[in-house]
Design a protein around this ligand. Structure first.
Ligand code: GLU
Length: 310
């Protein structure tokens, strides 16, 4: 049976943009009779908190979503990632990188030129000799481990966004802290769980070619991808916690329960009329991936008010 999943990072309560993506992921999976898995991406020991994982799962349940099998926590799988890193290292596909974030951002930027976008790695440490490395380590620098991507490009046909092609940089697979990177762990986990359908926010679309490189290196079959357009605030910027009442807890303080939030989220997806509060079974009946909005959705007070008074 096919498998879909949702994989939140427990760095805070989920906001309505995250909840909307989770709802779409669940609808994709359940409408095709797929199993649906939940994975907590808690590798960042500094930012991830167990209490947030609990509240995120509670909020997803309150919205009416369910999942199969026990929830997987990435923090319990470090040995598996270490083994994958070892495999790539032994195959000569990696190199240590001593650059700081700032050095990467500023690499190659002429005065007044825009900084290196998205931290795309320019390859600074790719050709270091053993002596160069020793020198840096003598200076107390700890390396991250990067993959040799050889400037390759990968294409895929996104189920929402359509065809996409991206060039892969030499991205980090193991951080300076020794933790695996998101880009490594996501591929290992989705593959291990047999995930065939990845539905996530479209802020990650540009990382997908990196994942496709890893699937190829591990000789595994990649899943299909659906990147859901993000929710924007009234000013047209990506929604953030500071944008006001954006979590279920915030909405509850305004007197609005999870069913009402689900109703206006459903409406934003073209699955409900202005005054309806459809249950998840109704949403499943109505769901058609081909009809999903292709554009980001702007969260405006008027759009949430109408459904909650309906
Ligand atoms: N943990 C990521 C996030 O919360 C999602 C990763 C994924 O779905 O691949 O944005």
């Amino acid at each position: 049976m096919p498998v879909g999943r949702y994989a939140p990072s427990p760095t805070g309560d989920l906001h309505v943009g995250n909840l909307r993506t989770a709802l779409v992921a669940w609808l994709f999976a359940r409408s095709t009779g797929s199993r649906f898995l939940m994975r907590i991406e808690d590798l960042d020991a500094v930012a991830a908190k167990a209490a947030y994982a609990e509240s995120q799962l509670a909020d997803l349940s309150a919205l009416g979503l369910d999942w199969d099998e026990p929830v997987v926590h990435q923090s319990g799988r470090l040995d598996i990632y270490a083994e994958a890193v070892e495999t790539l290292r032994d195959a000569g596909l990696t190199y240590p990188c001593y650059c700081s974030r700032r050095e990467i951002r500023e690499a190659g930027a002429a005065p007044n030129a825009p900084l290196n976008p998205d931290g795309f790695y320019p390859g600074t440490c790719r050709g270091l000799t053993a002596t160069d490395r020793r020198e840096r380590e003598r200076d107390g620098r700890t390396p991250a481990l990067r993959i040799r991507a050889e400037g390759r490009s990968f294409s895929f046909d996104d189920l929402i966004a359509g065809p996409y092609t991206g060039t892969v940089d030499d991205f980090v697979i193991e951080r300076k802290s020794g933790e695996p990177s998101y880009n490594l762990a996501v591929v290992i986990d989705d593959d291990a769980a047999g995930v065939e359908q990845v539905v996530r926010g479209d802020d990650l679309v540009s990382s997908t070619p990196r994942h496709l490189l890893l699937y190829e290196l591990f000789e595994r079959t990649p899943p299909s991808y659906a990147h859901v357009p993000l929710v924007l605030n009234a000013a047209g910027d990506r929604l953030a916690k500071r944008d006001g009442a954006v979590t279920l807890a915030d909405r509850a303080e305004l007197g609005e329960d999870a069913t009402q939030v689900r109703s206006w989220l459903a409406r934003s997806l073209g699955l409900a009329g202005p005054t309806e509060t459809p249950d998840v079974a109704t949403l499943l009946e109505r769901f058609d991936a081909a009809e999903l909005p292709r554009e980001p959705w702007r969260l405006l007070p008027a759009d949430t008010a109408a459904a909650s008074t309906g």
